[in-house]
Write a protein that binds this ligand. Structure first.
Ligand code: SF4
Length: 475
């Protein structure tokens, strides 16, 4: 397991330099308004919620430097692609869409193109962009996100390409602004990196060692979000429930302090690791109605033998005992999990253990993945299972989980659930959608004024992936 590090915070000199770069870029942008209009920046995001939160910070810095934001790459003067490295498929997609930007650069030689995030935290990918994509102006890894203004200053004002890898000094920069996409749901990163080194996972190599933000900084941001009218705050970390060991503050006490802030809002959190799920946290979830009635607890495999190969630090029995403790204190809680099939060395017996764990726990929701080897991780060096065998197991697993999710959902029929209305459903524009405290999707008839507000919905019908209901009141 990697050593725990304390976060390093930027020095005054570094902050002054950053502010100077922001001023430099803004001066250039302001002096060169096209047809009196500001330049546009488009941030394209792949991957997880942490990437979405990072992209909001990149957008926030771009606005600070004088850009307008756009969702359209063909209207942008600055395109930044925030990448994911978890699956090979996602990496291939980024190389392919970046190839498509060449014609934009040909049409507009002033266009600036940058790639950031997990994928270019790996030297081989940064090198590939540098050598084979001459129209890409810069790349920076996850740990250098706070230096984005410095990098852009080099590209725009010094007319040089810039390729910055992770420095390894794992800085937390608190001055970074965010341009949030939603006006009622928000991400709040409370920590970065991971120390666990699960043998299939690339995250510790691309996001560095685990380090937490100071509790007072998180509380200040949470307070601001509530006073700005945000109704949902999702606390983010690769291993969120191991938060705060540097400061002697537990995740349970942090989330409790946020829940004690005045206002009507819901707190969500992800992702939790089973080995860090304390009894204190289980109790706090039971005691605080503002904390979601849902826990996402990836188990990955139901076989203790495979869990050891994965370096997960718990056994099948530990996981089942933990679920028992959670349900004892929170009998109605919704449980979701990540599970992986086709890990190298997984036998039919191991896979049966996984199916039996699913039958025993009865999860409300499940996120199932086929193992995909990531270069640079220990599991990628092992003998791999055939794609056909992996797919067969995946389909068998879905067949077990789906009827369970359908049955579990029936308990909501006849109840009235508090839902944060997210807007019109993407699949059915006539219906509105929101999520219960237990993270179940609910569909109902409504109107646009309801978006961003809480509503009580009487549940009339339940299925594995969605509940249906009618509005009782909006507030
Ligand atoms: S805990 Fe999560 S992020 Fe950390 S190494 Fe394991 S799977 Fe990756």
């Amino acid at each position: 397991m990697g050593a725990r590090v304390s976060a390093r915070f930027p020095t005054e000199e570094e902050i002054n330099k950053l502010n100077k770069c922001i001023d430099n870029v803004r001066a250039t942008i302001d002096s060169d308004k096209r047809d009196g209009k500001r330049r546009n920046c488009c941030v394209v995001t792949y991957g997880c919620q942490q990437n979405e939160a990072d992209s909001e910070q990149i957008a926030g810095m771009a606005v600070e430097m004088g850009y307008n934001l756009t969702d359209f790459t063909d209207q942008a003067d600055l395109i930044i692609v925030n990448t994911c490295a978890v699956r090979e498929h996602a990496e291939k997609k980024v190389f392919s869409i970046t190839g498509g930007y060449k014609h934009l650069k040909d049409a507009n030689p002033e266009l600036v193109i940058g790639i950031c995030g997990c994928m270019v935290s790996q030297e081989k990918n940064a090198e590939k962009f540098k050598k084979s994509y001459p129209y890409v102006d810069f790349t920076f890894g996850t740990e250098s996100l706070w230096k984005f203004p410095e990098i852009l200053d080099v590209v725009i004002n010094k007319k040089k390409r810039s390729f910055v890898l992770n420095s390894g000094d794992e800085v937390i920069c608190e001055r970074t602004p965010s341009s949030r996409k939603s006006t009622f749901t928000s991400w709040l990163s409370i920590m970065y990196g991971c120390n666990n080194f699960c043998t299939y996972c690339i995250v510790p190599y691309v996001r560095g060692r685990e380090r937490s933000r100071k509790p007072e900084d998180i509380l200040r941001e949470a307070k601001q979000l509530v006073s700005d009218g945000y109704k949902e705050i999702t606390l983010l970390g690769q291993n969120v429930n191991s938060y705060g060991k540097e400061y002697g503050v537990s995740f349970a006490s942090l989330i409790k302090q946020i829940a004690e802030l005045d206002g009507d809002f819901i707190i969500r959190f992800m992702s939790s690791h089973p080995k860090d799920m304390s009894d204190e946290l289980i109790q706090v979830i039971a005691d605080c109605p503002k904390i979601e009635r849902h826990i996402h607890l990836p188990f990955q495999s139901g076989s203790t033998r495979v869990l050891k190969l994965m370096n997960r630090h718990y056994t099948r029995e530990d996981y089942l005992a933990l679920i028992h403790r959670i349900r004892e204190k929170n009998p109605d809680i919704s449980l979701s999990a990540d599970v992986m099939v086709g890990f190298p060395g997984e036998t039919e017996e191991d896979f049966e253990d996984t199916l039996n764990l699913i039958r025993e726990v009865r999860f409300d929701m499940m996120f199932s993945f086929i193992y995909s080897p990531r270069e640079g991780t220990p599991a990628a060096k092992e003998v791999q299972m055939s794609e056909k065998e992996k797919t067969d197991r995946y389909l068998r697993l879905l067949k077990v989980q789906e009827p369970i999710a359908e049955e579990m959902a029936q308990r909501f029929v006849g109840r009235t659930e508090k839902v944060l209305v997210e807007g019109r459903s993407k699949n059915n524009n006539e219906m509105f959608t929101g999520r219960t405290s237990g993270l179940k999707i609910v569909l109902f008839e409504g109107n646009d004024e309801m978006t961003g507000r809480f509503a009580d919905i009487e549940i009339t019908e339940a299925h594995a992936f969605a509940l249906y209901g009618k509005v009782v009141r909006v507030y």
